[in-house]
Design a protein around this ligand. Sequence first.
Ligand SMILES: [Zn+2]
Ligand SMILES: [Zn+2]
Length: 257
Amino acid sequence: MMGRVRENDLKLPALYVIWERGQATTTEIKDALVDLFRPTGEDGQILAGRNDTKFTQKVRNLMGSHYETNGMADLAVKDRLGRFVLTAAGERYLAENEGDLERVFSRRAQGTLLYGDTVEAARALDGNHGDRGALLILSEAETVAEGGISRVQRRARQRSQRLREAAVQYYGRNGRIRCAACGFDFREAYGELGEGYIQIHHEEPLFLYEEEGIEARLPAALQRVKPLCANCHCMIHRRRDAPLSVEELRALIGQRS
Ligand SMILES: [Zn+2]
Ligand SMILES: [Zn+2]
């Protein structure tokens, strides 16, 4: 599922760019946001007869024609030379979200968040005033082991663990769980050794605030994960930037057998 960016999704990211540089023109903000988000799909396509993509058009509206009415005017002001600087309110708002934005953009740079995910994260942060704690990213990439993980990552991992347990229960039948793509059952193939083994694939990351429990979000979260065998899981991620959907993989297997 590809999330199309909305103007409001870009508010905090624009403040982030201005803050990083001290000041920035609309063109600089636009270029920096393209680098941070790396829009793909419809948002990345050049509009007919223009120099803009749908994405950059949104940035222009945010800082230009809609600037007075969309709330940006309270957060950043423009000097005579067309350079934006943050107001005190803008600085405060950014400070409450800066760590989260940094984490989201670094994941985007590493490729562990796709464009649509990055948009969704920015949307989750819009209007956040820090009282909900840090934004947790629940994705496969976040659960891989790395040394000296942060408090935020630890929290994300605990929630991921809970999501995994719930997924095994939800997708399992009588204690058995099959690959959602090919039907492979580890218990059936390997006996006792295979019992309980399955990989949980995140079709989309889940964004959750630290102060928010996962239980209420579980029904929706379960729709974003699928149980897969190791082979199918590898194949789904074979093209790193464009993972297949489970349906696509299933169709592919169907064609071949
Ligand atoms: Zn499989
Ligand atoms: Zn996966």
